[in-house]
Design a protein around this ligand. Sequence first.
Ligand SMILES: Cc1cc2nc3c(=O)[nH]c(=O)nc-3n(C[C@H](O)[C@H](O)[C@H](O)COP(=O)(O)O)c2cc1C
Length: 188
Amino acid sequence: MDFYDVIKSRRSCRVFSDQPVEREKLERIVEAATWAPSGKNRQNCRVFVVTGQKKDELVSIADRSFPFIEESLKKLYDEKIVAFTRNFFRTLGGAPVLLVFYSAPTEEGHFVDTQSVSAAVENALLAATFEGLGTCWMTNPVHLRDEVDGILGVEGLDLVAFVPIGYPGKEPPTPPRKEGRVNWVGFD
Ligand SMILES: Cc1cc2nc3c(=O)[nH]c(=O)nc-3n(C[C@H](O)[C@H](O)[C@H](O)COP(=O)(O)O)c2cc1C
């Protein structure tokens, strides 16, 4: 896959197979995350690679976070998509591993810190695509951040995202991209 194929073939995967993920792949993916740029090079991103019992406990938090997204989903999507998403939140699609991204807050402030972690998340998503793995960037569990922190024994960090990861169980649909979102200024 060339670079642009990786970018365009990354999809939000919400159905995973139970095939285990090789440790070396996970190591390359989280290392890619650490190579993202960060505001003033503060390298404030922290990643937890979680499986087993702790992963199951975090999945149950994702499940309980669904009501926070339900109304806005209903406004945007039809019943079938809402039901599918509801089901996805119950199990995180059966993903064998969960990456949890945090920010270690700096004096740069939330705006910069969160963008730095977001860059790391995207690096991980693209690396996973390159490795043949599926991912789904999720922010909704942030509504229950205190419980997530409790499970992982975290103090003094800000939860940014959950990323379930595993081999795709089903090819995800490709939502079309909207045109007209780029403005060229000063070009003939
Ligand atoms: C910041 C952010 C938060 C997201 N949160 C969720 C989420 O909580 N649950 C979910 O199922 N998908 C979530 N997504 C995935 C988007 O729904 C998805 O990227 C979008 O529908 C486009 O589909 P694609 O990723 O396959 O191109 C999130 C994506 C981003 C970038």
